[in-house]
Design a protein around this ligand. Structure first.
Ligand code: GRF
Length: 192
């Protein structure tokens, strides 16, 4: 059973979609740790409901990113984590974790990358007036949403849709796409 850590800063609905897929037997993996850089975020309560331990920390109480990433890396290694799954983690991953987990960190982003990288991708697409946007799952590198694309799914912006409607459609697609992509990624890696 592959061991995952999910990193989140906010609501954690993608974490929940992954944990629920595992519980339903649709994804052969185990989330052994949730890492949260905003103590008090809703994801903590969701993790508690699934009985998954949470590592919450205040980045500001460390001197540098390398310091807190070293601390996280230690916990991930102790827990036997093999893959890092970013799900609304609002922070760039630094060299410490990138080197520690070479090639085994993925992220989900609410646009069809390379369009609309960075913050508020849903708002960016909405303001731009595009008719089709979507969701991307990609490997994480040192850039902001620049790593190799693994899979994408599209979402249509219909006449009369509000930004909130669009956000709801995007999230519904994310909750299906992320567990499915993780499943195929783990199967591929098992074959090697
Ligand atoms: C998602 O839209 C994801 O694409 C982006 O952050 C959001 C996290 O949502 N990276 P949630 O916390 O999983 O509900």
């Amino acid at each position: 059973m592959k061991k995952l850590a999910v990193f989140a800063s906010g609501s954690g609905s993608n974490f929940e979609a992954i944990a629920a897929a595992i519980e339903r037997g649709q994804l052969e993996a185990e989330v052994v740790l949730v890492v949260c850089d905003r103590p008090g975020a809703k994801v903590e309560k969701r993790a508690e409901r699934f009985g998954i331990p949470v590592l919450s920390f205040y980045p500001k109480s460390y001197d540098s990113k390398a310091d807190f990433e070293n601390f996280i890396l230690q916990q991930l290694n102790d827990a036997g984590v093999e893959w890092i799954v970013l799900a609304g983690y609002m922070r760039l991953i630094g060299p410490t974790l990138l080197q520690g987990f070479g090639g085994r960190i993925i992220n989900i982003h609410p646009s069809l990358l390379p369009s609309f990288p960075g913050k508020d991708a849903i708002g960016q697409a909405f303001e731009a007036g595009v008719k089709i946007t979507g969701v991307t799952v990609h490997f994480v590198d040192e850039g902001m949403d620049t790593g190799k694309i693994i899979d994408q799914d599209s979402v249509r912006i219909d006449e009369g849709d509000t930004k909130e409607d669009l956000a709801n459609k995007i999230q519904a697609v994310e909750h299906l796409l992320y567990p499915a992509v993780i499943r195929s990624l783990l199967q591929e890696k098992n074959k090697r």
